[in-house]
Design a protein around this ligand. Structure first.
Ligand SMILES: Nc1nc2c(ncn2[C@@H]2O[C@H](COP(=O)(O)OP(=O)(O)O)[C@@H](O)[C@H]2O)c(=O)[nH]1
Ligand SMILES: [Mg+2]
Length: 361
């Protein structure tokens, strides 16, 4: 699953990509950096998997990951024509990086630092780009239908019209109540405002202590209550410093800021969750591993993410919740406590389940 980092120029997109993925792409106050797009892989940190690894001492520990794509900054007014924005049509979700840091040496294309305004401006840009796509599609469909009826075109037209009407009201498509079937009909257009949105406010290093209550204090509470939209705060500069510290020093530094972990960890987990994903674990002496699945996935399909044979030959899943497994101290102790359950084909896998699949091929 892939996130696209979107934003106006010089807001910290590439700096964030470096922090989230451990990449080392050069950033500069004045030059616009190397040719983009850049891509990177961010590990989804999970204290539960760390704990399982302490219990099982596996040869290998494998975390879930989210990919990030970093494109060139967007200029206001160019969304419709932007070549860079085309890259955004192929991602699963958009992360809008918003400048909240001050540095007067770095010119902000939008004028004074004003996150609320930038969030609104970017939303309008994306709505305009989608409006263009929707209008063209409707013209096309109407033309097709004049030439001759097609069931598919007839079914598609009202859905695209609903999208167009929403966009004309300046409502992003992600906020519409579309059925799964409707979503399938419009998937091909890859509407930008249909994608889940993570807004990342990039705070000034001096404001890092604000992180836990930034959304309220900056008056962004409204935006955070919207469907499939999450706002997170981070200070890219502070995260850079933390990454350079020894673990003990980093912990002390975070404690000073009132944070239990680096803001980047929370940010990656928020991104993961916004994609509609949860994770189950497998644990043993060879490997402890997190497996990402869509929320609501049943046991056989979940088994299939490990190996297609597991899905085809699925017999049952032996499941224990992470909490029970840790409290019991191991699988056999959990079994004695009757906390290791045998689940069948209809079982919906829960976040944090530790599973051993029984299968037959
Ligand atoms: N003071 C400060 N500078 C930052 C922060 N984040 C990024 N920058 C600087 O802003 C400039 C542009 O950053 P970059 O990541 O290239 O922005 P992009 O154009 O959005 O990719 C660089 O000089 C960064 O060091 C921040 O949180 N605080
Ligand atoms: Mg950049």
């Amino acid at each position: 699953m892939k996130f696209g980092l979107l934003g106006f120029p010089k807001v910290g997109k590439t700096t964030l990509l470096n922090i989230l993925t451990g990449a080392h792409i050069a950033v500069d106050k004045y030059a616009s950096g190397k040719a983009q797009p850049n891509v990177g892989v961010a590990r989804v940190p999970d204290p539960r998997l760390d704990r399982l690894a302490q219990m099982f001492h596996p040869k290998k520990t494998t975390y879930a990951h989210v990919d990030f794509l970093d494109i060139q900054g967007l200029q206001k007014g160019e969304a419709k024509e932007s070549v860079n924005l085309k890259e955004m049509r192929n991602v699963d979700a958009i992360a809008h990086v918003v400048r909240a840091f001050r540095d007067p040496e770095i010119v902000h294309s939008e004028g004074p630092i004003d996150p609320k305004r930038d969030i609104a401006t970017m939303e309008t840009e994306l709505i305009l780009a989608d409006l263009d796509v929707a209008q063209r599609r409707i013209e096309r469909l109407e033309l097709n239908l004049r030439k001759g009826k097609s069931k598919e075109d007839e079914a598609e037209l009202p859905v695209v019209r609903r999208c167009l009407e929403a966009l004309e009201r300046e409502t992003p498509i992600r906020e519409l109540d579309l059925s799964e079937e409707d979503v399938r009909k419009i998937r091909g257009f890859a509407f930008l405002t249909a994608k889940p949105l993570l807004i990342i406010a990039n705070l000034d290093e001096e404001d890092a202590a604000l992180i836990p209550r930034y959304v309220e204090s900056a008056g962004l509470g409204n935006a955070s209550g919207r469907r499939q939209t999450v706002i997170a705060a981070i200070s890219a500069k502070v995260e850079e410093e933390i990454a350079a510290l020894e673990p003990a020093d980093a912990a002390a530094f975070l404690a000073d800021l009132g944070l239990a972990e680096p803001a980047k960890d929370r940010l990656i987990r928020a991104a993961f969750s916004l994609l509609g994903l949860v994770q189950f674990f497998t644990a043993g002496e060879d490997e402890c591993r997190a497996w990402p699945i869509r929320r609501g996935t049943k046991a056989p399909r979940a088994a299939g993410t490990i190996h297609s044979d597991f899905e085809r030959g699925f017999i049952r899943a032996e499941v224990v919740s992470y909490e029970h497994l840790v409290a019991a101290g191991g699988f056999s102790a959990a079994r004695e406590r009757a906390q290791l359950r045998s689940e069948g084909k209809e079982y919906v896998v829960q976040d944090g389940d530790v599973i051993n699949f029984r299968f037959n091929v």
